[in-house]
Design a protein around this ligand. Structure first.
Ligand SMILES: [Fe+2]
Length: 197
C-alpha cells in the first residue's frame, strides 16, 4: 500500500495569525505532499514499499549513501507529520509533571525556550530543532536537512521545522521571530508530553 499524506490535524487557518493559511497550503499541500509522492515513486516495486514509514527510514539510514533519496523523502514525510502534531494555537502550558522535568533537566521553561531557539537559529541552512529524550534525559538537538532523532537513538518529543519554506511567506528571513512565535503560541504541550517514554 502506498504511503499517504495525512490530513492536517487542524484547519489551514487554525494557526493564524502566527502561521498563515497560505503557508500551510504550501507547506502541507505542496511540500509535505511532494515528499509523499517522491517516496512512493522511489520505493515502488521494491521490498521497502511494504514496510512501515519508520522501518523505511531505518533501512534507508543503514544503506547510505545508496538510499539517500529514499531516506530524505521518508524522513521528511515523518518529520512533517510529527511537526503538525506538535502545533496547536494557544496550546497551553506543560503539565506540572513535565514542567518538573524541564526545570530539573533543562534549567526551566525560559531556559528551554532560549536554548531551543538558539539551536533553531544555529542550524545552518535547512533542518529541524528538536526536544528529544535520550537515555531517559531531555535534550535539545538540531538536525540538518531531513535527519531526525529516530536514527540517533533518541525519542522525538517536539520539533520546529526551520526550512525556509516553513516561515518565508509569513516571516521572510526572520527565522528567530518564527521560532519565538512557535515557542510562545503554538506548542501543543499535551502532544509533547504524550511522546514521553
Ligand atoms: Fe517543511
Amino acid at each position: 500500500m502506498a504511503f499517504e499524506l495525512p490530513a492536517l490535524p487542524f484547519a489551514n487557518d487554525a494557526l493564524e495569525p502566527y502561521t498563515s493559511a497560505r503557508t500551510l497550503e504550501f507547506h502541507h499541500g505542496k511540500h509535505h505532499a511532494a515528499y509523499v509522492t517522491n517516496l512512493n515513486n522511489l520505493v515502488k516495486d521494491t521490498p521497502l514499499a511494504s514496510l512501515s514509514l519508520e522501518d523505511v527510514i531505518k533501512a534507508a539510514a543503514a544503506d547510505l549513501p545508496a538510499k539517500q533519496g529514499i531516506f530524505n523523502n521518508a524522513a521528511q514525510v515523518w518529520n512533517h507529520t510529527f511537526f503538525w502534531n506538535c502545533l496547536k494555537k494557544d496550546g497551553g502550558q506543560p503539565s506540572a509533571k513535565l514542567l518538573a522535568r524541564i526545570d530539573a533537566e533543562l534549567g526551566g521553561l525560559a531556559k528551554f525556550k532560549e536554548d531551543f531557539k538558539a539551536a533553531a537559529i544555529g542550524q545552518f541552512g535547512s533542518g529541524w530543532a528538536w526536544l528529544v529524550e535520550e537515555n531517559g534525559k531531555l535534550k535539545i538537538v538540531k538536525t540538518a536537512n531531513a535527519d531526525l532523532p529516530l536514527v540517533h537513538g533518541q525519542k522525538a518529543l517536539f520539533t520546529v521545522d526551520v526550512w525556509e519554506h516553513a516561515y518565508y511567506l509569513d516571516y521572510q528571513n526572520r527565522r528567530p521571530d518564527f521560532v519565538q512565535t512557535v515557542l510562545d503560541h503554538l506548542v501543543n504541550w499535551a502532544f509533547v508530553e504524550s511522546n514521553l517514554g
